[in-house]
Write a protein that binds this ligand. Structure first.
Ligand SMILES: *Cc1c(COP(=O)(O)O)cnc(C)c1O
Length: 364
């Protein structure tokens, strides 16, 4: 047998520690997972209430066009139905984009570190990956534009960027869109869109009429709290969507995921309440970090990348033994840091005191 050469050097996604596993290992009864930027308040109670009714008709294939969700989403976003594509998480849209646009001989430009699936999928398609290091947690946009040539097919912008939480301003994005050649697809990954508060945040959807090479990715996995159901979407000019559609599997989003997403969209109160709570708890964390003299990146998402005077792995182990799962910066390409998802107020108070305890005695 002969697999693609590139796969030999690649490793499968390594999932974070599972809650049950940690409970057993450390003899703890409560574990708080602040590692994957999930919503600590769960998902809409409206979805939960109606979920039992969604379990009908599972013997039938889903609606491959997600018609009901598409209709609802189009009116919610004020775009045309033909401007939408749904995926098994926005991860799958990333994969569909790579399948559609990338191949041997082509290249793609992205920041590093950023969301790892862009690179992963681009490599599988045989494309050359051009990575431009972040500067102080931010995309270095002028250097990214310099990397573009006639063989570039896709430019990835992650805003706010995972794992730093730093967003791109309207003027920065406009500069990119105006200077990026039109043969390059610009992918704007807005997985944390609902959390953004910055006044200079870009209104991506209203720019879709202006730029024919822009696609915006969003998801129900983060603020909507439906990561376990796997559903995300892309919004673009309809020519881009019809280019992508043949590379999409016919039944890629499940009946339950489509129905739950539709109900979740209707409950904007849940989004408002939980994003407000996130904002309050994030501010408290930043205040704590300031008091401790710890550096962090200004985050527009539901996580904060904290710089430490110790290795991220060491802090990770310490917090794990206290019942908190976080993400070590070493695993993310940012040594001596951890990425912390903003949790509930009471859990944040405990983790802050655990961080403080670990750092006592380390000279700054
Ligand atoms: C979590 C995340 C996604 C993937 O979300 P799914 O919809 O669950 O696949 C995409 N992009 C970024 C930047 C993320 O952090």
């Amino acid at each position: 047998m002969k697999a693609k050469e590139i796969l030999k050097g690649m490793t499968p996604y390594k999932p974070g520690k599972q809650i049950e596993e940690v409970k057993k290992e450390y003899g703890l009864d409560k574990i708080v997972k602040l590692a994957s930027n999930e919503n600590p308040f769960g998902f809409s109670p409206q979805v939960k209430k109606q979920l039992p009714q969604l379990i009908e008709q599972l013997e039938k294939y889903p609606d491959g066009y997600a018609s009901a969700l598409r209709k609802k989403m189009a009116s919610f976003l004020e775009v045309d139905q033909a401007q939408l594509i749904f995926g098994n998480g926005s991860d799958e849209i990333v994969q569909i984009i790579c399948r559609t646009f990338l191949e041997a001989g082509a290249n793609t430009v992205m920041a590093t570190p950023t969301f790892p699936q862009y690179k992963h999928n681009a490599l599988i398609e045989g494309a050359e990956v051009r990575e431009v290091p972040l500067e102080d947690g931010r995309h270095d946009l002028p250097s990214m534009l310099e990397q573009i040539d006639e063989r570039t097919r896709v430019l990835w912008l992650c805003t706010p960027n995972n794992p730093t939480g730093v967003h791109l301003s309207t003027s920065e994005i406009k500069q990119v869109l105006e200077n990026c050649p039109s043969h390059v697809l610009v992918v704007m990954d807005e997985a944390y869109y609902e959390y953004m508060e910055a006044e200079d945040a870009f209104d991506s959807l209203s720019s879709l009429n202006q730029y024919e090479n822009l696609i915006v990715l969003r998801t129900f996995s983060k603020a909507y709290g439906l990561a376990g159901l796997r559903i995300g979407y892309g919004v673009a000019p309809k020519e881009i969507i019809s280019t992508l559609e043949p590379a999409r599997e016919p039944f890629n989003t499940s009946t339950i995921a489509q129905a739950a997403a539709l109900l979740a969209l209707d409950d904007q109160e849940f989004i408002n309440e939980t994003t407000t709570e996130n904002s309050i708890n994030k501010r408290k964390l930043m205040q704590f970090l300031d008091e401790q003299g710890l550096d962090y990146y200004p985050s527009e998402a539901n996580f904060v990348l904290v710089r430490l005077p110790v290795s991220g792995d060491e802090m990770f182990e310490h917090l794990l033994s206290k019942g908190f799962i976080v993400r070590s910066g070493e695993a993310l390409g940012l040594p001596n840091s951890i990425r912390l998802t903003i949790g509930k107020e009471e859990d944040m108070a405990v983790i802050q005191s655990e961080i403080k305890e670990r750092l006592i005695g380390i000279s700054k």
